[in-house]
Ligand binder design. Structure first.
Ligand SMILES: Cc1cc2nc3c(=O)[nH]c(=O)nc-3n(C[C@H](O)[C@H](O)[C@H](O)COP(=O)(O)OP(=O)(O)OC[C@H]3O[C@@H](n4cnc5c(N)ncnc54)[C@H](O)[C@@H]3O)c2cc1C
Length: 564
């Protein structure tokens, strides 16, 4: 494709934020160019769970759930303070359902209600238990034809058989495929589709979660014939604080200028892999692991800052965090598995620090779990922390990448994924934790399993905990005894799945100077934009919700803006 010299709107970064901005701007009649640094679309978004936090969304209402923006606003008041980001929050809550409906009406992007999916501080006023989160409808990657190769794949940890995506709803029939005919047929159909796919495609084409979101956005862009330049990296902006009129883009080693009559949208995914920004914004010791796409090197944030843009929020841990275990992939390389929901809240697992003490309600949100790691680490070493369970737990619920009922957990001992020992004392020695304390911690926890009350951290007391626990386990769905050897310990580390510090913007995603004035022609969305949640993590979809909504607002504003 020839590189255009001049367009209405230049969008940089083809993650969910950039693709949405480009798609909406094109639908609104602008002449758009989308530049992507790598040779694939999707960014971190393609590897994500794909959930969007959209209070009052119509998809959930149509399915019979009730939620409203006023409750969400009250909830955010409690989390981040009534005055914080007021204008952006109001715009976000007011535009969320509208932006989603717009995409559904005019493109191939479709969503499903998540139903019950509690907010992460579910005991706070205004929090929702259901009706607030939506996910992309699964997508048939075959519709992309040859372009399917241009869609970034999920991380191997989220696929089975080297390339088959498995959704939450697929797990019970797949694990129980020999338990009923219905399950067997379900599993057989999935496998048949997958093996047929592999005759033509590099991986399975039945895609879901964040991969479906990226796939649907990409497909919609292709349908509208919006030009996308691959291997085209933003290297500089043209202009100053009085206005941005274009950008310098490096393509195949050559830097060219592209003029943008209505502006440039920065959507380069934030600074997850920028050492300088990590050192500056994140807690000490700076976490070594990031789950964001390795190409996200803070280019948009750095170039905005060079122009004198303000960065915010200042007082937060700057990441949106998950505990992650380090996996060993089939080719011997290392990966990361995020411990979002499948193991921590189940009965019969505790998290301990190096003193052998619990420091957190293990069933809290992944973000809150890591905040507790940071806090505990100030008192005694808690990075890494260890998830400790017994043989019965491992068999019933699995742990990290080891799925329930795995026939050969020893493989994961041999490759160093987790430690195994016949006694708690031996386990403690292997992980370098005080053995007497670990024994005492487990014994105390086992008394909570009997009473059903976690006197120390309240595990199982919130809707969120119980949702992720085992409803069939009594008296508390999140607390069970740790008694049956062998015992297991898995190290978990803080890893960012997104960042909250970014370029300050107004409610139309226009980048602001330190003095608070918008820089004409410069927009930021996704992780390049300072999080509207101001460092907090209210619920499922905290980053993709705002990424889509502010990309939509940026495009709508650009349509109204007079050419620069
Ligand atoms: C395992 C996992 C699960 C997650 N689940 C969820 C979830 O369910 N809900 C949620 O809200 N969030 C989730 N997230 C976070 C979410 O994926 C990110 O916040 C989101 O993808 C950010 O979107 P983005 O468009 O800003 O950036 P990205 O999706 O990372 O896209 C950025 C793009 O910009 C490109 N780029 C970088 N630099 C340049 C440059 N100089 N020039 C041109 N292009 C450039 C990159 O190559 C990339 O394609 C999850 C993250 C992970 C890791």
């Amino acid at each position: 494709m020839a590189t255009p010299r001049e367009v209405d709107l230049l969008v940089v970064g083809a993650g969910p934020a950039g693709m949405t901005a480009a798609l909406v701007a094109s639908l609104e009649g602008l002449d758009v160019l989308l530049c992507e640094k790598s040779d694939q679309v999707g960014g971190t978004g393609a590897t994500s769970a794909g959930t969007l936090w959209i209070p009052g969304n119509h998809q959930s209402k149509a399915a019979g759930y009730s939620d409203n923006a006023a409750d969400a606003d009250r909830y955010l008041d409690a989390l981040i303070g009534a005055g914080t980001n007021r204008a952006l929050r109001t715009a976000y809550l007011a535009t969320g359902p509208q932006a989603i409906d717009y995409l559904e009406a005019k493109t191939d992007v479709r969503f499903l209600p998540c139903g019950t999916h509690p907010d992460y501080r579910s005991n706070t006023p205004g929090a929702a238990v259901s009706g607030r989160a939506i996910i992309p409808r699964p997508f048939d990657g075959r519709l992309l034809g040859e372009d399917f190769r241009r869609l970034r794949a999920p991380i191997p940890e989220f696929m089975v058989l080297g390339g088959m995506m498995v959704g939450k709803g697929d797990i019970p029939p797949l694990l129980g495929r020999f338990r009923s005919i219905a399950n067997f047929i379900y599993a057989a159909k999935l496998f048949a589709r997958y093996f047929t796919d592999r005759l033509r495609y590099p991986r399975g084409t039945r895609i879901m979660m964040g991969n479906a979101l990226a796939g649907r956005l990409f497909y919609s862009l292709r349908q509208r014939q919006v030009p996308i330049l691959f291997n085209a990296a933003l290297v500089d902006l043209i202009g100053d604080q009085s206005g941005v009129t274009g950008a310098r883009i490096a393509i195949a080693g050559k830097v060219g200028e592209i003029k943008a009559r209505k502006g440039v949208v920065l959507a380069t995914g934030g600074y997850g892999h920028n050492k300088e920004f990590r050192d500056r914004f994140m807690p000490q010791p700076v976490p070594a692991h990031s789950m964001s796409y390795e190409g996200n090197q803070g280019d948009g944030v750095a170039l905005g800052r060079k122009l004198g843009a303000a960065l915010s929020p200042e007082r937060c841990t700057s990441g949106l965090w998950t505990p992650a275990s380090v996996t060993v992939r089939a080719d011997g390389s290392k990966g990361l598995f995020p411990h979002f929901m499948f193991d921590r809240a189940k009965p019969g697992l505790i998290a301990v620090n190096s003193a052998g003490r619990r420091f957190v309600n293990e069933a809290c949100s992944y973000h809150d779990f890591v905040l507790a790691m940071f806090e505990s680490h100030e008192r005694e070493p808690s990075i890494p922390a260890y998830l400790v369970c017994d043989a019965a737990f491992l068999h019933k619920y699995g742990l990290g990448v080891v799925y329930p009922g795995h026939r050969n957990p020893g493989k994961f001992v041999d490759n160093g994924y987790f430690m195994r020992a016949n006694s708690l004392d031996n386990l403690a020695r292997q992980i370098g934790v005080d053995a007497t304390q670990l024994r005492a911690t487990v014994a105390r926890h086992n008394t909570f399993a009997e009473t059903g009350v976690d006197v120390d951290f309240g595990k199982g007391e919130t809707e969120l905990s119980r949702f992720n626990g085992d409803a069939a386990h009594k008296p508390n769905p999140c607390i069970g005894p740790i008694v049956q050897a062998p015992f297991y310990a898995l190290a978990v580390w803080p890893a960012d799945i997104a960042v909250s510090t970014g370029l300050s913007t107004d409610a139309d995603a226009r980048v602001l100077t330190a003095g608070g004035a918008p820089i004409p022609g410069l927009y930021a969305c996704g992780n390049d934009m300072a999080s509207v949640m101001s460092g907090s993590y209210p619920g499922p979809g905290t980053t993709l919700g705002p990424a889509i909504v502010f990309a939509y607002r940026a495009a709508m504003h650009a349509r109204r803006a007079t050419a620069g």
